[in-house]
Write a protein that binds this ligand. Structure first.
Ligand code: EPZ
Length: 422
């Protein structure tokens, strides 16, 4: 297994090209199951989660060709309409094939994902929504099998809790359902809007994109299209926090207006203290100003709030600030696996229920640490860059799920970071 070695303590200076968004690319790739026409998707980030989705779609008879950062996908009728435990366990987004397969072929069977490092993560909302569209489900041997007599029918579905994945699965299914589907209390993440915009290019009729109420009028069939994936706002936010933790000036390139505005908004509290974020067209210039005392209190929330996917990285970035801060995790119940690893590096922080409380310290020390999930891994990278001496991060396959060429991008900004191949 590869490891990452970092010798910390250097400010970051340079420019970074932001990759396409993983969490937009995955549902967009699943949308290939809705048509037998070609989809050509560009700005795909090459990550292990994308490789897992490619394997899953290939097992469902989707022919996939890669050219640079583009994929072409053509889906034909599969022999088997099932996703195995092995694939779903590795990547929960595999569950997103359930809606499209049932919509196109009338049935599908997908392994239940179970728990993971960040919490229990149930899929009841996906299942309940599809049930309201007429699907009968059976749960047997860890698999959920859905079947419909005739075709899916539109329904009015109110999600009991805001869920990105359930909103996406239901939108995907509803594009081929009979009649109108209304999804209330829908998640509003920009990656969902990216999925909707591509489905509209495929001929879907969707209103209320980016709002809590999404209305989809089902079509008999969808066409092919070409589409460019939006920039990754979580990768971008991670680099903003690298600059905050390490000091320096970095230009983040290839963003779009929405991602720029979102980052400026979520980092407003830091901005008013000591981070300068300037929009330069589709780029963002990020600069850490001088040390002031920071007393930050932030809660993670659904979009447009502060994302849970940046909670661990923000924790690391605050470790050397003067003052005391707290971050409350409101989306997942157990997303604090990084805390004990950071303590091993000399961080002064503690977890109290759903909060992490950070007392700034002058010095972090490099140590050998273990990555436990994707964003916990990037928080360890940030801490390693901020620490005195050498940090070795084990299990970096977690990092490779969501960050394209992270060590190359940071190296370009002067970081001393290397991958140790095994
Ligand atoms: C998506 O996961 C993202 N993954 C996650 O990104 C992200 O952390 C999460 O949304 C929240 O923003 C992808 O887009 C591929 P949810 P998802 O359904 O869809 C509960 C990353 O680091 N819930 O919005 O699985 C659930 O337990 C990751 O890139 C139910 O109760 O998240 C959680 O508390 C990891 N029942 C909350 O809703 C359900 O049926 C939000 O989960 C579904 C979810």
């Amino acid at each position: 297994m590869d490891k990452i070695e970092i010798v910390g303590g250097k400010p970051l200076t340079g420019a970074i090209n932001i990759s396409g968004a993983k969490n937009a690319a995955l549902p967009i790739m699943a949308a290939s199951l809705l048509t037998n026409k070609r989809l050509t998707i560009s700005n795909i980030p090459f990550l292990s989660d994308i490789e897992s989705m490619i394997k899953l779609l290939q097992s469902l008879n989707v022919r996939i060709k890669r050219s640079g950062n583009s994929l072409s996908l053509i889906s034909s009728k599969p022999n088997s309409l099932s996703a195995s435990y092995d694939l779903v366990r590795k990547m929960r987004a595999s569950f997103l094939i359930l809606g499209p397969l049932i919509a196109r072929y009338g049935k599908a069977s997908v392994s239940l994902p179970g728990g993971c490092a960040i919490g229990t993560r149930p899929v009841n909302l996906h299942i309940e929504g599809l049930r309201q569209m007429g699907v009968n489900f059976e749960i047997e041997n860890g698999y959920v099998s859905g079947k419909i007599n005739g075709s899916l029918r539109g329904a009015e579905i109110k999600l009991e809790k805001v869920s990105v994945g359930a909103t996406e699965n239901l939108i995907l299914a509803a594009t081929l359902a009979r009649g109108k589907t209304i999804i209330k209390n829908a998640a509003r993440e920009p990656e969902i809007s990216d999925l909707c915009n591509m489905l509209i290019k495929m001929g879907a009729e969707i209103n209320g994109v980016g709002t809590k109420k999404i209305i989809i009028k089902g079509k008999k069939k969808l066409e092919g299209c070409t589409y460019k994936i939006m920039p990754d706002r979580i990768e971008s936010g991670t680099f903003v926090l690298c600059v905050f933790g390490c000091t320096g000036t970095v230009l983040l390139k290839n963003l779009n207006m929405e991602v720029c505005n979102h980052l400026i908004k979520i980092f407003k509290k830091l901005k008013s203290l000591e981070l300068k974020i300037l929009k330069e067209g589709r780029n963002l210039l990020v600069k850490r100003l001088n040390d002031k005392k920071i007393f930050l209190s932030i809660k993670t929330k659904e979009y447009p709030g502060f994302p849970t996917d940046l909670q661990a990285q923000l924790t690391s970035a605050l470790l050397k600030t003067k003052g005391k801060s707290e971050i409350e995790e409101n989306i997942f119940e157990n997303r604090f696996m990084h805390v004990s690893e950071l303590i091993r590096m000399g961080a002064k922080l503690r977890q109290k229920g759903s909060k992490v409380i950070i007392n700034g310290t002058d010095r972090l020390n490099g140590a050998e640490v273990m990555a436990t999930d994707l964003r916990a891994s990037s928080s360890l990278v940030i801490a390693g860059l901020m620490a005195h001496g050498k940090t070795i991060i084990n299990r970096v396959y977690h990092l490779d799920r969501g960050y394209e060429n992270i060590e190359k991008k940071l190296k370009q900004c002067g970081a001393n970071i290397n991958r140790l191949k095994k």
